[in-house]
Ligand binder design. Structure first.
Ligand code: 13P
Length: 295
């Protein structure tokens, strides 16, 4: 590929080795990523055009964007995004097509041109009123492996319930580490394939956002664990989104946290302010998304 004019100029100024060093450093920078999780909304498909317009109004030049429509609406959204944002369904199974009533297979998504999927949301782990945990981390690792085998990228949601948060940061980190361990054991923590979404359960849909201090401390601790257990390069490149009552108002302050690499947004992703969340993190991280690397 022919070098850009700016690269030619740089090359003359600091020589080839200097350019390579700069390129390596640029690649190591984490491109921010924001997802809109519509959960079991909207009630009517007639409301979709407005929600799709919200996503299409996002400036994706400095931030990757994905949207998680409800299963019934995935096919109605796929193909309607015009700005590089992508559809990431809210769940997948771990076996593929067959006699699995009520399930969604990545093989089916792939045939629709979809290549991202969200797994592990606390609302599927049984944190919202189910009498038993519905999805264990071990099951989710199996899903992730199957998704990778089909060429998918995965958003993996983790996070602690309130009683764990009340015990302090060590308990919080231990809880998140337990959710990550099966992924480590199955060597799934590849920053080119997975994005972690830290979503403290107590902040989801409650209007109680984690403070920037809490978010930064937790994200940094997860990254430190990755560095120790998987490797420094993995830790440096792994993107960790924050999720839980994120909105246009609190996004700038949370985006300023060095270890917060974007957001997984619920309620506010159903509103026009979603694009402002995308802009806030793009501005805070201040780098252009590499054009060659689609979401
Ligand atoms: P809220 O932004 O509505 O709190 O939801 C967060 C979430 O669960 C995103 O997956």
């Amino acid at each position: 590929m022919a070098p850009l004019a700016s690269e030619r100029m740089l090359s003359r100024t600091i020589g080839r080795v200097g350019v390579l060093r700069l390129a390596t450093r640029a690649l190591a920078t984490r491109v921010p990523i924001v997802g809109g999780n519509w959960k079991c909304n909207p009630k009517s498909a007639a409301e979709l055009p407005e929600l799709i317009a919200n996503i299409n109004s996002c400036d994706t030049s400095g931030c990757e964007v994905y949207v998680c429509p409800s299963p019934l609406h995935v096919a109605l959204v796929q193909g309607k995004l015009t700005n590089g944002a992508v559809v990431a369904p809210q769940n997948c199974n771990f076996t593929g097509c067959g006699a699995y009533t009520g399930e969604m297979a990545v093989e089916q998504m792939k045939s629709m041109g979809i290549s991202w999927v969200l797994i592990g949301h606390s609302e599927r782990r049984g944190e919202f009123g189910l009498p038993t945990p519905a999805e264990s981390s071990a099951l989710l690792a199996t899903k992730c492996k199957h998704a990778y085998e089909n060429g998918f990228k995965v958003i993996y949601a983790i996070g602690e319930p309130l009683p764990v948060r009340e015990k302090g940061i060590s308990a919080v980190v231990a809880h998140c580490v337990e959710q990550l361990k099966p992924f480590k054991e199955m060597t799934l923590l590849d920053p080119d394939k997975i994005v972690l979404a830290y979503e403290p359960v107590w902040s989801i849909g409650t209007g109680v956002t984690a403070s920037p201090k809490q978010a930064q401390e937790t994200h940094a601790a997860i990254r430190a664990w990755l560095a120790k257990e998987v490797g420094k390069d993995t830790a440096d490149r792994m993107r960790i989104q924050y999720g839980g009552s994120a909105n246009a108002k609190n996004a700038p302050e949370l985006s300023a946290c060095p270890d917060v690499d974007g957001f997984l947004v619920g309620g506010a992703s159903l509103k026009a302010e979603f694009k402002d969340i995308v802009s806030a993190v793009a501005k805070a991280k201040g780098q252009k998304r590499p054009m060659s690397k689609g979401v």
